[in-house]
Write a protein that binds this ligand. Structure first.
Ligand SMILES: O=C(O)CCC(=O)C1=CC=C[C@@H](O)[C@@H]1C(=O)O
Ligand SMILES: [Mg+2]
Length: 371
């Protein structure tokens, strides 16, 4: 049966973060983003979260580029094509190159709506079986090692199952040795956000002494060739983040031996359907995956929780609790982490209610697109 879309609403929001988040490419103090709400003729509402940043420093997409693509191309495609299942959305969008985060925001809202229409949790609609998921936390670059050690301690006390640390030239091997000394048994990984080149190979080899779970995206943001050369020289598994935009990229990276682990970010790969395909392919190839984060508010977090219930999301992801970044989130209840796990909600769709009051409080613009 066709999903009878009647309206698409875009809520543009601005939320302040509790703590700034610093990486090798820049520092975020707050987050502007958008929520896509799709409404059907039966009065059901599905929600997706746009994960593009306002500056194109992680990928080339931005909030404004997303909004233009959604309005000019994606919504007209949905007006022209009836959809019965959310798996049909990405193929319809595929004739447009790139812009995966814009596509994923719309597709995610349609997945939520579909699951609600079926009366099943989104996790189940995606094929997930876990009832709770293990989570880790990503810690930005801190002003001093002392502050970093305190932060790690604080998050370990909250139960997080692995710590991801941001590295960049000048803030890598020595810092990681200090952390390892203070936390000899903690699962730790490092994320470079493409801050190195193959010229740094001798330095990167020193990471092998640190017993890291993995090093994430050490080299150029589109590369899989140099990563393959580096992986041959390293014992530490390489995990690809920025280089992966599609199942095709994953297939080529695995074929070349560019990595041993894949970070799936739903927005980066164009949505939940493509995420499932990547998950399934990696499972067949014996490559573990985990779910990356984009400092999401509650709706994006809920989507990440749902996809992480698939079996090959073996490693703890970056989906921390709502309180990691937000004093108040836009969902009820908020995402809560206890003993390093999030309980997967059982209500239909994303399983969390949108907090209309909070949504309105953070909203600075509302755009409506009748279908
Ligand atoms: O969602 C989070 O908690 C943060 C995840 C995180 O580490 C990142 C989000 C977005 C861009 C990068 O800075 C970084 C990453 O590369 O994974
Ligand atoms: Mg990363």
């Amino acid at each position: 049966m066709t999903i009878p879309l009647i309206n698409i609403i875009i809520h543009r929001l601005n939320m302040r973060m509790i703590d700034p988040f610093a990486t090798s490419f820049g520092t975020m103090q707050g987050k502007e983003f958008y929520i896509v709400e799709v409404v059907d003729t039966d009065g059901n509402h599905g929600y997706g979260e746009g994960v593009a940043f306002s500056i194109p420093w992680y990928t080339e997409e931005t909030i404004k580029s997303n909004l233009a693509i959604i309005e000019d191309f994606l919504i007209p495609i949905l007006r022209d094509n009836a959809i019965e299942h959310p798996n049909e959305v990405f193929p319809l969008f595929e004739r447009l190159r790139g812009n995966n985060m814009a596509k994923a925001a719309i597709e995610g809202a349609i997945w939520d709506l579909y699951a609600k229409r079926q009366g099943v949790p989104l996790a189940k609609a995606l094929g997930g079986k876990k009832t709770e998921i293990d989570v880790g936390i990503s810690i930005g670059i801190q002003p001093s090692v002392k502050e970093l050690l305190n932060k790690i301690e604080h998050f370990l006390e909250q139960g997080y199952k692995r710590i991801k640390l941001k590295i960049k030239p000048g803030h890598d091997v020595d810092m990681l040795h200090e952390v390892r000394k203070a936390f000899p048994d903690t699962p730790i990984m490092a994320d470079a956000n493409s801050a190195y080149t193959l010229d740094d190979i001798e330095l990167l080899k020193q990471l092998d002494d640190l017993n890291l779970m993995m090093i994430e995206q050490p080299l150029q943001h589109h590369d899989i060739i140099d990563h393959a050369k580096l992986q041959k020289e390293l014992q530490t598994p390489i995990c690809l983040d920025e280089s992966i935009h599609s199942l095709y990229d994953v297939q080529k990276a695995i074929e070349l031996g560019s990595c041993k682990i894949i970070n799936i970010k739903v927005g980066r790969v164009g949505g939940l359907s493509e995420s499932i395909k990547i998950h399934d392919y990696c499972e067949d190839q014996g490559i573990p995956v985990w779910c990356g984060g984009m400092l999401e508010a509650g709706i994006g977090r809920a989507h990440n929780v749902a996809i992480t219930t698939l079996a090959n999301f073996i490693l703890p992801g970056d989906t921390a609790g709502s309180s990691r970044y937000w004093k108040k989130d836009i969902i009820k209840p908020e995402v809560v982490v206890e003993n390093g796990v999030i309980k997967v909600p059982t209500a239909p769709g994303i399983g969390y209610e949108v907090d209309e009051e909070a949504l309105e409080a953070f909203r600075f613009e509302k755009l409506e697109f009748p279908m």
